[in-house]
Design a binder for this molecule. Structure first.
Ligand SMILES: [Zn+2]
Length: 343
C-alpha cells in the first residue's frame, strides 16, 4: 500500500464512520431530511442523498477514471448495491473490467470497472430486459483543483442505487440490469465495454434508461431525450409526465438542436448506435457544469429526490410495457428494405 493510498484509506474510513453517524441520526429523526419537503413515492431518499454527498466529497478527488478516487467510489456504490439486496450479474462478481488508457496527467492508470447488478423479473434470464445506467467517474483533479462532480454524475450514480433498492423491494416483471459505468468522461469507456461484451445480454435489451446529471434545476425541470429516435415511446413518456413530481420535458434529441442535441453526449449513445431505444434523463447545463464548483452543497435536494423518483416511475412504466418496447427495437434495428417496384 502506497502512502497515498494509505492516506486515502484513512480518509475513507472516516467518511464511512460519518455515513454511519448520518444514518443513525436520520433514524432518530424519522423521515425528515433538511431541505426536502417532497414525500418520495418510490425511492428511499436518505441513503441516496448521503451516497451522492460521499461520492462528491474531496476525499474521492473527483473520481477520475483509473485513479484511487474512482476505485473508492466503486467501493461505496458496491456496498449500496449489496445493502439493497441486488445480485451481481457476472459469475465473477460485481466488477466488469474496463481498460482505462493513459492520458495527460495519468501515465499509469489503475484498472477501471463497471459494476453490474440485476433484479430478476418473472422469468429470470429470459425475455426482454431494461438496462439502467449512470456513470460514476468524473474529471478528477485539474490544475490542482478537485472537480467533485456532484451533479455530474454523483447524482445519477446514487440515484441508480436508490432505484435498484426500490426494484428489489417491489420486483419487476422483466429482468432489470443496474450498471454503474466507469470512464464516461474519457470517451464512454464503460458503456463501450458493456455493449461490446458478448457475455452480457445486450440482444435482450429493449431499452436503456440513462441518468447523467439529475439533481440541478431551480425551476423544477427534468428533460427526457430519446423519443425523437423512437417515437413509439412518446405515449409512455406522456404517461410518466402526467404523474411526475417534476416538470418532465421531452427534448434535446433532434439533429436540428445542434450542440443541444444530447443524443451522443452520454453513455446512452452506445445503445443508440446499436439501434436500442433509450430514454436519457438529465437537467439543462448549469453554470457549475464541468467546473470545480459542481458541489453537493449547491444541489437543491428536494428537486433531486423528485427527479430520482420520476426516473423510478419511468423504469416501472417501461417494465409494464416492455414487450411493446422490444418490438420497437426490432422495428428500428431492422435493415432498410430496398424499395420495390411501384405499380
Ligand atoms: Zn456526466
Amino acid at each position: 500500500m502506497t502512502k497515498r493510498s494509505f492516506a486515502l484509506a484513512a480518509i475513507l474510513g472516516f467518511v464511512a464512520i460519518a455515513l454511519g453517524g448520518y444514518l443513525l441520526w436520520q433514524g432518530r429523526q424519522g423521515d425528515a431530511i433538511p431541505g426536502v419537503t417532497y414525500e418520495a413515492r418510490n425511492i428511499d431518499p436518505g441513503p441516496m442523498l448521503h451516497l451522492a454527498e460521499v461520492l462528491s466529497s474531496d476525499a474521492l478527488e473527483g473520481r477520475g477514471a483509473g485513479t484511487p478516487g474512482a476505485d473508492a467510489a466503486r467501493g461505496f456504490i458496491r456496498k449500496r448495491f449489496e445493502d439493497a439486496g441486488l445480485k451481481p450479474y457476472l459469475k465473477s462478481g460485481w466488477e466488469h473490467a474496463v481498460t482505462v488508457l493513459p492520458r495527460p496527467g495519468l501515465d499509469v492508470p489503475g484498472p477501471g470497472a463497471n459494476l453490474i447488478g440485476w433484479v430478476p423479473g418473472q422469468t429470470p434470464g429470459s425475455g426482454p430486459l431494461i438496462i439502467v445506467t449512470a456513470h460514476y467517474d468524473h474529471l478528477g483533479i485539474r490544475n490542482g483543483e478537485i472537480y467533485n462532480g456532484a451533479d455530474d454524475n454523483a447524482s445519477g450514480a446514487a440515484a441508480l442505487t436508490a432505484l435498484a433498492e426500490h426494484f428489489v423491494r417491489q420486483p419487476p416483471r422483466h429482468d432489470i440490469l443496474f450498471v454503474a459505468l466507469d470512464g464516461e468522461e474519457v470517451g464512454f469507456l464503460g458503456a463501450r465495454a458493456l455493449v461490446r461484451d458478448p457475455d452480457l445480454p445486450i440482444d435482450r435489451a429493449a431499452l436503456n434508461i440513462n441518468m447523467d446529471m439529475v439533481s440541478r434545476s431551480d425551476v423544477g425541470e427534468l428533460y427526457v431525450a430519446g423519443t425523437y429516435h423512437t417515437p413509439g415511446l412518446v405515449p409512455l413518456v406522456e404517461q410518466i409526465a402526467a404523474e411526475a413530481p417534476v416538470n418532465l420535458l421531452i427534448g434535446h434529441d433532434r439533429p436540428e438542436d445542434g450542440v443541444n442535441d444530447w443524443t451522443n453526449q452520454s453513455d446512452h449513445a452506445l445503445f443508440h448506435e446499436l439501434g436500442i431505444p433509450f430514454l436519457y434523463f438529465g437537467v439543462e447545463d448549469h453554470p457549475d457544469y464541468h467546473k470545480s464548483t459542481d458541489d453537493f452543497s449547491v444541489i437543491p435536494l428536494d428537486f433531486y429526490v423528485r427527479a430520482a423518483d420520476t426516473v423510478a416511475m419511468a423504469v416501472r412504466a417501461a417494465d409494464e410495457r416492455l414487450p411493446e418496447i422490444y418490438a420497437l427495437r426490432q422495428q428500428q434495428a431492422a435493415p432498410v428494405q430496398p424499395e420495390g417496384p411501384t405499380e
